[in-house]
Design a protein around this ligand. Structure first.
Ligand code: ATP
Ligand code: MG
Length: 204
């Protein structure tokens, strides 16, 4: 009934790095998806408290990082919203826009375990299949058990797959920049240059 398969990759992407790109590409190939839509989150309502980089910069960095892959797309659906953005509403909006597409929501193992804390997990799992990709440092013995409990509680399907393991996080990259430690080979050069030019993640 669906003629297309789209992946959705949500994140703060503060900044986007090769850990994000490699899992998106692995899911794209494994599930023969037509495209991956990266969805950077909007500005949190209490921005100064959270200290997150402005959504515009995070969105631009995702654009630069995905430029060389014709199957990677970026959505600004959450970027310019004034109010709090819930994943469930974003998925509903994307489903309205792309009626002929089946959706696969891509996360790392840390994010999928947080699904019960999101708004309307049951509805989210009805709207799309989840593909959880193992993230180094986050797969524990009880992982499979926890996934089973989530599926039992909310229904839907969460598949766990393996991708090349990159122990990279945006938090570590931000700390490295702040402490003048190298970030080369952790994220695309265009993104590194964007960070430098806009003086992002400076300390103090
Ligand atoms: P932060 O340290 O700021 O939380 P992050 O590196 O975790 O940043 P996010 O934007 O929070 O990046 O993550 C977006 C999605 O990408 C999440 O589903 C997360 O689990 C996944 N992800 C991030 N880094 C990796 C990685 N190295 N390997 C696998 N999945 C990852
Ligand atoms: Mg994270």
């Amino acid at each position: 009934m669906y003629s297309k398969k789209f992946g959705i990759m949500g994140g703060t992407f503060d900044p986007i790095h090769y850990g994000h790109l490699v899992i998106a590409n692995e899911v794209l190939a494994k599930y023969k998806l037509d495209r991956i839509i990266f969805v950077p989150t909007g500005n949190p309502p209490h921005k100064s408290v959270e200290g997150m980089t402005d959504a515009y910069h995070r969105y631009m960095m995702v654009q630069f990082a995905t430029m060389t892959n014709p199957q990677f797309y970026v959505s600004n659906i959450e970027v310019y919203k004034e109010e709090v953005c819930y994943t469930v509403e974003t998925i509903i909006e994307l489903k309205k826009k792309y009626k002929d597409a089946e959706f696969y929501f891509i996360t790392g193992t840390d994010a999928v375990l947080e699904l019960p804390t999101w708004k309307s997990p049951k509805e989210i799992l009805k709207l799309c299949k989840f593909i959880a990709v193992n993230r180094p440092g986050y797969v524990t013995d009880s992982y499979e058990e926890k996934i089973k409990i989530i599926m039992k509680q909310y229904g839907g399907l969460i598949e766990s797959i393996k991708a090349p393991q990159l122990q990279i996080s945006s938090t570590d990259i931000r700390e490295r920049i702040c402490n003048n430690r190298p970030t080369k080979y952790l994220l695309p050069e265009t993104v590194e240059q964007y960070i430098l030019k806009n003086q992002l993640y400076k300390c103090g």
